[in-house]
Design a protein around this ligand. Structure first.
Ligand SMILES: [Zn+2]
Length: 471
């Protein structure tokens, strides 16, 4: 593995970071010609209490934020939200009487910029525009479109974060990075937030021929001024947050360099958001159940982090069907969930856990050895511990099996879920110009009371879609 540091990249990035505070303060997005006039100016937050870290995702206070294509003009995307109280998809626009059908709308975004990530926290919505995911994307048309956009807006930085209020007002550029050469430009990713800062990583490609040589630097970005502070020059991907700590997994492998490499254990590492200091959290030795002739373990006992809110360190024991919530620093067991599907010789079992407000949504995948037909089941497990309960509601049923619904978020006793697919016949033009029959598959999202999910009752409240949003 090449550990070479390419200095011009580092120097350029340092220069960018030194200047990024000023860029945020004077609304540098002026050059893009599409920014709302009034910045959400607020006093500097340096020195103010920052509160606990929150994991950043697109769910916040009863809304799921997203960016979709505009039906009216395919050069634009529309920022919108699934609003749970209204059970409707709403464009993020506060302009009175706006029809949300033209570039003057607060919700419209240039589509060529390719919003890489949307996240919300505390009544603000952040849009992360990333260079690394688009340039050299492998899609020549998309790359050409982006190149044309860059030519049109000469000097406009590609990687940046914009922010607006939850209603779409006060949109402004928070922080921007220069248009680094594409082989060096970094993918920008937002991970966590507190009352003062966003915590983001920038991935740098030091050697275009060796992605194993990429490095990722972690920065705190002031939510008001956009000023950046480097917390760690070279980090792995954060997996959850707790208190003032960002936590990462350091995997310990055995059999490295052989065909039989496996996870031996995990060292949890804590990065202090105030000081940038590292400390060791829980250390765990994995144990694995009997392996199939092909080498697939039936199950095991290992550490994992819950997706979604990502505030919990979990010890999954798929041999016994138990899930423990651990204190990430002391290793103390805070809660124990029982009754999840357990592995046995002859069957592989794996779980994926998502953290909701009061529950863990646990997807269990059960696969008999030698079979390619697995069984997927969904459980709700109380975060305070106790027996897991199966959710017997399905989004897709076929002769080959059934897929349970998928749970994303919980708000006021209701779950935001993927409830079904809707398939409608469609016609496409083939490369030879001859039309052929196919089908459009639409994702159906809905709200469902927690009690209904537990009872297997499908009394969904479906969302009213905003018609200007293409699928
Ligand atoms: Zn509008």
């Amino acid at each position: 593995m090449n550990k070479r540091i390419v200095w011009p990249v580092a120097a350029l990035l340092a220069a960018a970071l030194a200047g990024c505070g000023a860029a945020g303060a004077n609304g540098a997005a002026a050059g893009t010609g599409e920014t709302a006039a009034a910045p959400t100016a607020a006093p500097e937050t340096a020195g103010a209490p920052a509160g606990s870290l929150r994991w950043l995702d697109e769910y916040d206070a009863g809304r799921c934020y997203m960016v979709g294509w505009s039906e009216q003009d395919n050069a634009y995307a529309v920022a919108a939200a699934y609003d749970y109280a209204a059970a409707a998809v709403q464009p993020l626009c506060s302009l009175p009487g706006c029809a949300h059908d033209s570039p003057g709308c607060e919700a419209w975004r240039r589509i060529t910029m390719g919003v890489g990530q949307v996240a919300a926290d505390g009544g603000e919505v952040f849009f992360c525009y990333s260079s690394g995911g688009l340039l050299n994307s492998g899609d020549a048309a998309a790359d050409a479109e982006l190149a044309a956009w860059q030519a049109e807006h000469e000097g406009a930085p590609v990687a940046h974060i914009d922010v607006c209020r939850a209603d779409g007002s006060g949109r402004r550029r928070l922080v921007e990075f220069p248009a680094l050469e594409d082989s060096e430009a970094g993918t920008l990713q937002m991970w966590a937030a507190d009352d003062r800062s966003l915590y983001v990583t920038v991935r740098l490609t030091n050697d275009p021929a060796d992605s194993g040589d990429d490095t990722r630097a972690l920065y705190a970005v002031d939510r008001r001024s956009g000023a950046c502070t480097e917390l760690a020059p070279n980090v792995d991907t954060p997996v959850f947050v707790s208190g003032r700590g960002l936590y990462l997994f350091e995997y310990e492998l055995e059999g490295e360099g052989t065909a039989d490499v496996r996870d031996k254990g995990v060292q949890v590492r804590r990065l202090d958001a105030d000081t940038g200091a590292w400390s060791d959290g829980v250390h765990h030795e994995n144990s694995w159940g009997p392996a199939s002739p092909q080498g697939l373990s039936s199950g095991g006992c290992y550490l994992t982090a819950a997706g979604g809110g990502a505030r919990s360190l979990l010890r999954a024991d798929t041999m016994n069907g138990t899930l423990e919530v651990l204190d990430p620093d002391s290793g103390e067991t805070l809660a124990t969930v029982t009754g999840l599907p357990a592995a046995a010789e002859g069957t592989h079992v794996d779980w994926q856990c998502r953290e909701l407000e009061n529950w863990y949504a646990v997807q269990s995948f059960e696969l008999p050895w030698g079979s390619s037909e697995g069984v997927e089941r969904l459980f709700l497990a109380p975060r305070t511990g106790g027996a897991a309960q199966e959710v017997k509601l399905y989004q897709y049923v076929s002769a080959r099996g059934a897929d349970p619904i998928y749970l994303y978020d919980e708000w006021n006793g209701r779950l935001f879920c993927h409830a079904a697919y809707r398939e409608t016949p469609a016609t496409m033009l083939g490369k030879d110009g001859v039309p052929y029959a196919t089908s459009d598959i639409e994702d159906i999202y809905a709200l469902l009371p927690v009690e209904s999910a537990l009872a297997g009752a499908d009394d969904y409240t479906y969302f009213t879609n905003w018609p200007g949003l293409a699928r």
